[in-house]
Ligand binder design. Structure first.
Ligand code: GLN
Length: 485
Protein backbone atom coordinates (compact mmCIF):
# COMPACT_ATOMS: atom_id res chain seq x y z
CA UNK A 1 0.00 0.00 0.00
CA UNK A 2 1.24 3.47 -0.90
CA UNK A 3 0.56 4.86 2.55
CA UNK A 4 2.78 2.23 4.17
CA UNK A 5 5.76 3.14 2.03
CA UNK A 6 8.77 4.99 3.37
CA UNK A 7 9.86 8.29 1.83
CA UNK A 8 12.69 6.47 0.03
CA UNK A 9 10.27 3.88 -1.38
CA UNK A 10 7.83 6.57 -2.51
CA UNK A 11 10.59 8.49 -4.28
CA UNK A 12 11.66 5.30 -6.07
CA UNK A 13 8.06 4.57 -7.09
CA UNK A 14 7.71 8.11 -8.44
CA UNK A 15 11.00 7.76 -10.34
CA UNK A 16 9.78 4.46 -11.82
CA UNK A 17 6.46 6.09 -12.74
CA UNK A 18 4.46 3.56 -10.73
CA UNK A 19 2.25 6.51 -9.84
CA UNK A 20 2.38 10.26 -10.34
CA UNK A 21 2.69 12.95 -7.64
CA UNK A 22 -0.95 13.78 -8.35
CA UNK A 23 -2.05 10.18 -7.77
CA UNK A 24 0.05 10.06 -4.62
CA UNK A 25 -1.43 13.25 -3.22
CA UNK A 26 -4.96 12.19 -4.21
CA UNK A 27 -4.45 8.91 -2.37
CA UNK A 28 -3.64 10.70 0.88
CA UNK A 29 -6.37 13.31 0.41
CA UNK A 30 -8.88 10.49 -0.02
CA UNK A 31 -7.67 8.87 3.21
CA UNK A 32 -7.75 12.16 5.10
CA UNK A 33 -11.23 13.10 3.82
CA UNK A 34 -12.45 9.72 4.89
CA UNK A 35 -10.89 9.51 8.35
CA UNK A 36 -10.69 13.07 9.54
CA UNK A 37 -14.31 13.86 10.29
CA UNK A 38 -13.85 11.32 13.05
CA UNK A 39 -10.23 11.86 14.10
CA UNK A 40 -10.25 15.67 13.96
CA UNK A 41 -6.51 15.73 13.23
CA UNK A 42 -6.77 18.72 10.89
CA UNK A 43 -7.92 22.27 11.56
CA UNK A 44 -7.62 23.42 7.94
CA UNK A 45 -7.17 21.36 4.81
CA UNK A 46 -5.23 22.60 1.81
CA UNK A 47 -6.36 19.91 -0.62
CA UNK A 48 -6.93 22.27 -3.54
CA UNK A 49 -3.46 23.84 -3.41
CA UNK A 50 -1.95 20.40 -2.74
CA UNK A 51 -3.45 19.07 -5.99
CA UNK A 52 -2.07 22.04 -7.94
CA UNK A 53 1.36 21.61 -6.42
CA UNK A 54 1.26 17.91 -7.24
CA UNK A 55 0.54 18.69 -10.90
CA UNK A 56 3.40 21.16 -10.85
CA UNK A 57 5.77 18.59 -9.30
CA UNK A 58 4.76 16.08 -11.99
CA UNK A 59 5.85 18.62 -14.62
CA UNK A 60 9.15 19.22 -12.88
CA UNK A 61 9.69 15.49 -12.58
CA UNK A 62 9.10 14.96 -16.28
CA UNK A 63 11.55 17.67 -17.28
CA UNK A 64 14.18 16.53 -14.79
CA UNK A 65 14.18 19.63 -12.58
CA UNK A 66 12.27 18.28 -9.59
CA UNK A 67 13.58 19.08 -6.09
CA UNK A 68 14.69 16.09 -3.97
CA UNK A 69 11.41 15.39 -2.12
CA UNK A 70 9.09 16.34 -4.98
CA UNK A 71 5.57 15.14 -4.29
CA UNK A 72 5.87 13.88 -0.67
CA UNK A 73 2.55 14.65 1.09
CA UNK A 74 3.04 16.14 4.54
CA UNK A 75 1.09 18.29 7.02
CA UNK A 76 2.10 21.22 9.20
CA UNK A 77 1.21 21.71 12.83
CA UNK A 78 -1.01 24.78 12.92
CA UNK A 79 1.65 26.67 14.86
CA UNK A 80 3.71 27.28 11.71
CA UNK A 81 2.81 30.35 9.71
CA UNK A 82 1.70 29.44 6.19
CA UNK A 83 1.33 32.23 3.67
CA UNK A 84 -2.28 32.72 2.60
CA UNK A 85 -3.51 29.90 4.85
CA UNK A 86 -5.26 30.25 8.19
CA UNK A 87 -2.79 29.74 11.08
CA UNK A 88 -4.52 29.40 14.44
CA UNK A 89 -2.18 27.79 17.00
CA UNK A 90 -5.36 25.99 18.11
CA UNK A 91 -6.81 29.23 19.49
CA UNK A 92 -9.96 31.23 18.93
CA UNK A 93 -7.61 34.22 19.30
CA UNK A 94 -6.13 33.42 15.88
CA UNK A 95 -9.19 31.88 14.24
CA UNK A 96 -9.29 34.76 11.74
CA UNK A 97 -5.51 34.98 11.22
CA UNK A 98 -4.20 34.28 7.73
CA UNK A 99 -0.42 34.38 7.87
CA UNK A 100 1.22 36.82 5.45
CA UNK A 101 4.42 34.75 5.22
CA UNK A 102 5.76 31.21 5.52
CA UNK A 103 7.74 30.00 8.54
CA UNK A 104 11.30 29.04 7.62
CA UNK A 105 10.46 25.38 8.23
CA UNK A 106 7.50 25.61 5.85
CA UNK A 107 9.54 27.45 3.25
CA UNK A 108 12.36 24.91 3.38
CA UNK A 109 10.04 21.92 3.15
CA UNK A 110 8.19 23.36 0.18
CA UNK A 111 11.43 24.27 -1.56
CA UNK A 112 12.40 20.60 -1.17
CA UNK A 113 9.20 19.65 -3.01
CA UNK A 114 7.02 18.35 -0.18
CA UNK A 115 3.32 19.15 -0.47
CA UNK A 116 1.26 20.13 2.55
CA UNK A 117 -2.28 18.73 2.61
CA UNK A 118 -3.32 20.67 5.71
CA UNK A 119 -2.71 22.26 9.09
CA UNK A 120 -2.94 19.93 12.05
CA UNK A 121 -4.86 20.32 15.27
CA UNK A 122 -3.00 21.12 18.48
CA UNK A 123 -3.41 22.25 22.06
CA UNK A 124 -3.98 25.99 22.21
CA UNK A 125 -0.60 27.75 21.83
CA UNK A 126 1.01 24.31 22.33
CA UNK A 127 0.02 24.18 26.00
CA UNK A 128 -1.07 20.69 26.87
CA UNK A 129 -0.31 16.99 26.83
CA UNK A 130 -3.53 15.55 25.45
CA UNK A 131 -4.76 17.84 22.67
CA UNK A 132 -7.87 18.53 24.71
CA UNK A 133 -7.04 22.25 25.00
CA UNK A 134 -7.71 22.99 21.32
CA UNK A 135 -10.38 25.51 20.43
CA UNK A 136 -11.20 23.12 17.55
CA UNK A 137 -11.99 20.17 19.80
CA UNK A 138 -9.94 17.17 20.86
CA UNK A 139 -8.16 14.82 18.46
CA UNK A 140 -8.85 11.11 18.79
CA UNK A 141 -6.07 8.58 19.02
CA UNK A 142 -6.20 6.43 15.84
CA UNK A 143 -5.50 3.35 18.00
CA UNK A 144 -8.56 3.91 20.18
CA UNK A 145 -11.42 6.35 19.84
CA UNK A 146 -11.55 6.73 23.60
CA UNK A 147 -7.92 7.67 24.04
CA UNK A 148 -6.13 10.98 23.65
CA UNK A 149 -3.38 11.21 21.00
CA UNK A 150 -1.09 13.10 23.37
CA UNK A 151 -0.20 16.74 22.93
CA UNK A 152 0.43 19.32 21.99
CA UNK A 153 1.27 18.04 18.47
CA UNK A 154 -1.62 15.56 18.70
CA UNK A 155 -3.04 16.31 15.26
CA UNK A 156 0.31 15.72 13.56
CA UNK A 157 0.86 12.48 15.49
CA UNK A 158 -2.64 11.17 14.72
CA UNK A 159 -2.36 12.10 11.03
CA UNK A 160 0.95 10.25 10.60
CA UNK A 161 -0.18 7.30 12.70
CA UNK A 162 -3.41 6.91 10.67
CA UNK A 163 -1.34 7.31 7.48
CA UNK A 164 -3.24 10.41 6.35
CA UNK A 165 0.08 11.93 5.26
CA UNK A 166 3.63 10.64 5.01
CA UNK A 167 5.06 12.90 7.69
CA UNK A 168 4.21 16.01 9.65
CA UNK A 169 5.91 18.84 11.44
CA UNK A 170 5.64 19.28 15.18
CA UNK A 171 7.02 21.48 17.93
CA UNK A 172 8.29 20.47 21.33
CA UNK A 173 8.60 22.81 24.32
CA UNK A 174 8.42 20.16 27.01
CA UNK A 175 7.62 16.99 25.11
CA UNK A 176 5.05 17.89 22.47
CA UNK A 177 6.71 15.97 19.65
CA UNK A 178 7.85 12.95 21.65
CA UNK A 179 4.85 12.38 23.94
CA UNK A 180 2.23 12.24 21.15
CA UNK A 181 4.68 10.26 18.98
CA UNK A 182 4.87 7.71 21.79
CA UNK A 183 1.11 7.59 22.30
CA UNK A 184 0.33 7.24 18.58
CA UNK A 185 3.12 4.75 17.77
CA UNK A 186 5.22 6.94 15.51
CA UNK A 187 8.75 8.36 15.42
CA UNK A 188 9.45 11.93 16.48
CA UNK A 189 12.59 13.87 17.18
CA UNK A 190 13.13 17.17 18.95
CA UNK A 191 16.53 18.39 17.79
CA UNK A 192 19.05 20.43 19.75
CA UNK A 193 17.74 23.91 20.64
CA UNK A 194 18.74 26.14 17.73
CA UNK A 195 19.16 23.34 15.19
CA UNK A 196 15.96 24.37 13.36
CA UNK A 197 14.86 27.95 12.84
CA UNK A 198 11.95 29.16 14.96
CA UNK A 199 11.14 31.96 12.56
CA UNK A 200 7.43 31.95 11.77
CA UNK A 201 6.70 29.41 14.50
CA UNK A 202 4.19 30.93 16.92
CA UNK A 203 6.09 31.35 20.18
CA UNK A 204 5.11 29.61 23.40
CA UNK A 205 8.29 29.56 25.54
CA UNK A 206 11.11 30.87 23.37
CA UNK A 207 14.05 29.34 25.25
CA UNK A 208 12.47 25.87 25.05
CA UNK A 209 10.52 25.72 21.76
CA UNK A 210 12.00 23.62 18.99
CA UNK A 211 10.51 22.19 15.79
CA UNK A 212 11.05 18.68 14.52
CA UNK A 213 9.80 15.97 12.17
CA UNK A 214 7.12 13.39 13.04
CA UNK A 215 7.36 10.34 10.81
CA UNK A 216 6.82 6.61 10.51
CA UNK A 217 10.51 5.74 10.88
CA UNK A 218 13.92 7.04 11.90
CA UNK A 219 15.01 6.94 8.27
CA UNK A 220 12.14 9.25 7.23
CA UNK A 221 12.97 11.54 10.17
CA UNK A 222 16.60 11.78 9.00
CA UNK A 223 15.46 12.72 5.49
CA UNK A 224 13.18 15.49 6.78
CA UNK A 225 15.65 16.76 9.36
CA UNK A 226 18.17 17.23 6.54
CA UNK A 227 15.76 19.73 5.03
CA UNK A 228 14.47 21.40 8.21
CA UNK A 229 17.78 21.97 10.01
CA UNK A 230 20.19 24.82 9.52
CA UNK A 231 21.11 28.38 10.36
CA UNK A 232 18.61 31.11 9.64
CA UNK A 233 19.60 34.74 9.88
CA UNK A 234 15.99 35.57 10.74
CA UNK A 235 16.24 33.61 14.02
CA UNK A 236 19.02 34.94 16.24
CA UNK A 237 18.89 31.76 18.36
CA UNK A 238 19.41 29.43 15.43
CA UNK A 239 22.77 27.67 15.47
CA UNK A 240 25.35 28.61 12.89
CA UNK A 241 26.66 25.07 12.48
CA UNK A 242 26.87 22.93 9.39
CA UNK A 243 24.14 20.34 9.02
CA UNK A 244 25.46 16.83 8.47
CA UNK A 245 23.63 14.45 6.14
CA UNK A 246 21.62 12.57 8.77
CA UNK A 247 20.95 9.65 6.44
CA UNK A 248 24.69 8.97 6.36
CA UNK A 249 24.86 8.03 10.02
CA UNK A 250 21.87 5.64 9.98
CA UNK A 251 23.89 2.57 9.13
CA UNK A 252 26.82 3.01 11.51
CA UNK A 253 27.39 -0.22 13.44
CA UNK A 254 26.50 0.04 17.13
CA UNK A 255 29.73 -1.63 18.23
CA UNK A 256 31.41 0.36 20.99
CA UNK A 257 28.45 2.72 21.48
CA UNK A 258 27.91 3.53 25.16
CA UNK A 259 24.29 3.76 26.20
CA UNK A 260 23.32 5.32 29.50
CA UNK A 261 20.69 3.63 31.61
CA UNK A 262 19.36 6.33 33.86
CA UNK A 263 18.22 4.75 37.11
CA UNK A 264 15.99 7.68 38.09
CA UNK A 265 13.79 6.98 35.06
CA UNK A 266 12.87 3.50 36.21
CA UNK A 267 10.80 3.01 39.30
CA UNK A 268 7.74 4.58 40.82
CA UNK A 269 5.22 5.90 38.36
CA UNK A 270 6.43 3.99 35.31
CA UNK A 271 4.16 1.34 33.83
CA UNK A 272 6.07 -1.97 34.37
CA UNK A 273 5.19 -3.13 30.83
CA UNK A 274 7.03 -0.09 29.44
CA UNK A 275 10.03 -0.82 31.63
CA UNK A 276 10.12 -4.43 30.41
CA UNK A 277 9.94 -3.36 26.77
CA UNK A 278 12.82 -0.94 27.29
CA UNK A 279 14.90 -3.65 28.95
CA UNK A 280 14.22 -5.87 25.94
CA UNK A 281 15.37 -3.10 23.60
CA UNK A 282 18.52 -2.63 25.70
CA UNK A 283 19.31 -6.35 25.33
CA UNK A 284 18.88 -5.96 21.58
CA UNK A 285 21.28 -2.99 21.52
CA UNK A 286 23.79 -5.06 23.51
CA UNK A 287 23.46 -7.91 21.03
CA UNK A 288 24.22 -5.36 18.29
CA UNK A 289 27.46 -4.38 20.06
CA UNK A 290 26.47 -1.49 22.34
CA UNK A 291 27.52 -1.30 25.97
CA UNK A 292 25.07 -0.33 28.73
CA UNK A 293 26.37 1.96 31.48
CA UNK A 294 24.36 3.15 34.47
CA UNK A 295 24.16 6.93 34.80
CA UNK A 296 22.44 9.24 37.25
CA UNK A 297 20.45 12.41 36.62
CA UNK A 298 19.56 13.34 40.21
CA UNK A 299 18.09 16.78 39.49
CA UNK A 300 15.48 15.38 37.08
CA UNK A 301 13.00 15.19 39.92
CA UNK A 302 12.85 18.99 40.03
CA UNK A 303 12.23 19.36 36.29
CA UNK A 304 8.43 19.62 36.34
CA UNK A 305 8.15 22.42 38.91
CA UNK A 306 11.01 24.33 37.24
CA UNK A 307 9.43 23.95 33.81
CA UNK A 308 6.01 25.06 35.03
CA UNK A 309 7.57 28.31 36.24
CA UNK A 310 9.85 28.99 33.26
CA UNK A 311 7.45 28.04 30.45
CA UNK A 312 4.50 30.09 31.78
CA UNK A 313 6.84 33.04 32.51
CA UNK A 314 7.99 33.10 28.90
CA UNK A 315 4.46 32.46 27.67
CA UNK A 316 3.11 35.41 29.64
CA UNK A 317 5.54 37.66 27.78
CA UNK A 318 5.04 36.06 24.35
CA UNK A 319 1.26 36.10 24.54
CA UNK A 320 1.03 39.75 25.51
CA UNK A 321 0.97 40.54 21.78
CA UNK A 322 -2.59 39.19 21.50
CA UNK A 323 -4.29 42.36 22.59
CA UNK A 324 -7.13 42.65 20.09
CA UNK A 325 -5.50 45.66 18.47
CA UNK A 326 -3.21 44.53 15.67
CA UNK A 327 -4.53 41.15 14.63
CA UNK A 328 -6.47 38.21 15.96
CA UNK A 329 -9.70 38.15 17.92
CA UNK A 330 -11.33 41.43 18.92
CA UNK A 331 -14.34 41.66 21.23
CA UNK A 332 -17.52 43.35 20.03
CA UNK A 333 -18.17 47.01 20.80
CA UNK A 334 -15.45 47.80 23.35
CA UNK A 335 -16.27 50.84 25.46
CA UNK A 336 -12.65 51.92 25.77
CA UNK A 337 -9.11 50.61 25.24
CA UNK A 338 -8.95 48.79 28.54
CA UNK A 339 -12.23 47.06 27.84
CA UNK A 340 -10.90 46.11 24.40
CA UNK A 341 -7.78 44.48 25.90
CA UNK A 342 -9.63 42.80 28.71
CA UNK A 343 -12.52 41.35 26.79
CA UNK A 344 -10.52 40.41 23.69
CA UNK A 345 -8.11 38.41 25.83
CA UNK A 346 -10.78 36.96 28.14
CA UNK A 347 -12.95 35.84 25.25
CA UNK A 348 -10.21 34.89 22.77
CA UNK A 349 -7.99 32.75 25.02
CA UNK A 350 -8.85 29.41 26.61
CA UNK A 351 -8.68 28.49 30.31
CA UNK A 352 -5.34 26.68 30.32
CA UNK A 353 -3.69 29.54 28.45
CA UNK A 354 -5.12 32.12 30.84
CA UNK A 355 -4.01 30.07 33.83
CA UNK A 356 -0.45 29.97 32.51
CA UNK A 357 -0.38 33.70 31.74
CA UNK A 358 -1.40 34.34 35.34
CA UNK A 359 1.17 31.92 36.78
CA UNK A 360 3.86 33.38 34.53
CA UNK A 361 3.07 36.99 35.36
CA UNK A 362 3.07 36.14 39.05
CA UNK A 363 6.42 34.34 38.88
CA UNK A 364 8.02 37.30 37.13
CA UNK A 365 6.58 39.97 39.39
CA UNK A 366 8.80 41.95 41.76
CA UNK A 367 9.06 40.19 45.08
CA UNK A 368 8.43 36.74 43.65
CA UNK A 369 11.04 36.74 40.91
CA UNK A 370 13.85 35.48 43.19
CA UNK A 371 11.68 32.92 44.92
CA UNK A 372 10.28 31.34 41.75
CA UNK A 373 11.79 32.38 38.45
CA UNK A 374 15.40 32.62 39.61
CA UNK A 375 15.14 29.33 41.54
CA UNK A 376 13.69 27.63 38.48
CA UNK A 377 16.60 28.89 36.37
CA UNK A 378 19.03 27.53 38.96
CA UNK A 379 17.37 24.13 38.75
CA UNK A 380 17.64 24.36 34.98
CA UNK A 381 21.41 24.78 35.36
CA UNK A 382 21.63 21.75 37.68
CA UNK A 383 19.76 19.64 35.13
CA UNK A 384 22.12 20.77 32.38
CA UNK A 385 25.11 19.92 34.59
CA UNK A 386 23.72 16.43 35.32
CA UNK A 387 23.52 15.75 31.60
CA UNK A 388 27.02 17.12 31.00
CA UNK A 389 28.38 14.68 33.58
CA UNK A 390 26.41 11.76 32.16
CA UNK A 391 27.64 12.52 28.64
CA UNK A 392 31.22 12.24 29.88
CA UNK A 393 30.49 8.56 30.40
CA UNK A 394 28.04 7.67 27.62
CA UNK A 395 27.07 8.59 24.05
CA UNK A 396 23.28 8.39 24.42
CA UNK A 397 20.81 8.06 27.29
CA UNK A 398 17.91 5.62 27.06
CA UNK A 399 14.62 5.91 28.90
CA UNK A 400 10.86 5.84 28.56
CA UNK A 401 9.07 8.66 26.72
CA UNK A 402 5.91 8.60 28.81
CA UNK A 403 4.96 6.98 32.12
CA UNK A 404 2.01 5.15 30.54
CA UNK A 405 0.21 4.55 27.27
CA UNK A 406 -2.43 7.03 26.05
CA UNK A 407 -4.99 7.84 28.73
CA UNK A 408 -8.71 8.30 28.11
CA UNK A 409 -10.27 11.50 26.80
CA UNK A 410 -11.43 13.52 29.79
CA UNK A 411 -9.49 11.43 32.30
CA UNK A 412 -7.00 14.10 33.37
CA UNK A 413 -8.66 17.36 32.35
CA UNK A 414 -9.61 18.25 35.91
CA UNK A 415 -6.26 17.21 37.39
CA UNK A 416 -3.53 19.50 36.04
CA UNK A 417 -0.75 17.94 38.14
CA UNK A 418 -1.35 14.48 36.76
CA UNK A 419 -1.52 16.01 33.26
CA UNK A 420 1.76 17.86 33.83
CA UNK A 421 3.41 14.63 35.03
CA UNK A 422 2.96 13.21 31.53
CA UNK A 423 6.09 15.10 30.55
CA UNK A 424 8.25 13.94 33.43
CA UNK A 425 10.73 12.16 31.13
CA UNK A 426 10.70 14.62 28.24
CA UNK A 427 11.00 18.05 29.88
CA UNK A 428 14.62 17.71 31.03
CA UNK A 429 16.01 17.70 27.50
CA UNK A 430 14.14 20.94 26.69
CA UNK A 431 15.47 22.58 29.83
CA UNK A 432 19.01 21.51 28.86
CA UNK A 433 18.50 22.20 25.12
CA UNK A 434 19.47 18.63 24.20
CA UNK A 435 18.17 16.60 21.26
CA UNK A 436 15.87 13.66 22.03
CA UNK A 437 13.60 11.35 20.07
CA UNK A 438 10.82 8.86 20.69
CA UNK A 439 10.57 5.59 18.78
CA UNK A 440 7.85 2.92 19.03
CA UNK A 441 9.01 0.07 21.24
CA UNK A 442 5.91 -1.87 22.28
CA UNK A 443 2.16 -2.15 22.71
CA UNK A 444 -0.03 -2.62 25.72
CA UNK A 445 -3.76 -3.37 25.54
CA UNK A 446 -3.87 -2.18 21.94
CA UNK A 447 -2.02 1.09 22.58
CA UNK A 448 1.55 1.86 21.51
CA UNK A 449 4.36 3.39 23.56
CA UNK A 450 7.81 4.73 22.81
CA UNK A 451 11.41 4.54 23.87
CA UNK A 452 13.23 7.81 24.38
CA UNK A 453 16.81 8.39 23.23
CA UNK A 454 18.52 11.57 24.48
CA UNK A 455 21.74 12.70 22.81
CA UNK A 456 24.47 15.25 23.40
CA UNK A 457 24.29 18.66 21.67
CA UNK A 458 23.99 18.37 17.88
CA UNK A 459 24.19 14.58 18.05
CA UNK A 460 20.85 13.99 16.31
CA UNK A 461 22.65 11.69 13.86
CA UNK A 462 23.57 9.25 16.59
CA UNK A 463 20.02 9.20 18.00
CA UNK A 464 18.66 8.39 14.55
CA UNK A 465 21.40 5.83 14.00
CA UNK A 466 20.44 3.89 17.14
CA UNK A 467 16.72 4.13 16.34
CA UNK A 468 17.25 3.02 12.75
CA UNK A 469 19.32 0.02 13.84
CA UNK A 470 16.51 -0.90 16.22
CA UNK A 471 13.90 -0.47 13.50
CA UNK A 472 15.88 -2.73 11.15
CA UNK A 473 15.42 -5.51 13.70
CA UNK A 474 11.87 -4.82 14.88
CA UNK A 475 8.42 -4.11 13.51
CA UNK A 476 6.87 -1.81 16.11
CA UNK A 477 7.18 1.20 13.82
CA UNK A 478 5.35 -0.66 11.03
CA UNK A 479 2.19 -1.38 13.03
CA UNK A 480 -0.82 0.57 11.81
CA UNK A 481 -4.05 1.20 13.72
CA UNK A 482 -6.62 -1.26 12.47
CA UNK A 483 -9.38 1.23 11.85
CA UNK A 484 -7.22 2.94 9.26
CA UNK A 485 -5.60 0.06 7.35
N1 GLN B 1 2.83 19.49 28.03
C1 GLN B 1 3.78 20.55 28.12
C2 GLN B 1 3.06 21.85 28.32
O1 GLN B 1 1.89 21.84 28.40
C3 GLN B 1 4.65 20.59 26.90
C4 GLN B 1 3.97 21.17 25.72
C5 GLN B 1 4.88 21.34 24.57
O2 GLN B 1 5.93 20.69 24.45
N2 GLN B 1 4.52 22.26 23.69
O3 GLN B 1 3.62 22.88 28.42
Amino acid sequence: MIHEQSIREILTSLDNKQYSCRELVDHFIARASDADPNLNAFITDTYASARNEADHMDKLRSNGTAPPLAGIPIAHKDIFCTRGVKTTAGSLMLDNFVAPYDATVVEKLSAAGTISIGKTNMDEFAMGSSNENSHYGPVKNPWSEKAVPGGSSGGSAAAVSARLCVAATGTDTGGSIRQPASMCGITGIKPTYGRISRWGMIAYASSLDQAGPMTKSAEDAAILLNVMAGYDEKDSTSANQTVPDYTQSLNQPLKGLKLGFCKEYFGDGLDPKIETAIQTALRQFEAQGAEIVEVSLPSSKHAIPAYYVIAPAEASANLSRYDGVRYGYRCEDPVDLEDLYKRSRSEGLGDEVKQRIMVGSFALSAGYYDAYYKKAQQIRRLIKNDFAQAFEQVDLIIGPTTPSTAFSLGEKTSDPISMYLQDIYTITSNLAGLPAGSFPVGMEAGLPFGLQIIGNYFDEGRILNLAHQFQLESDWHRLTPEATT
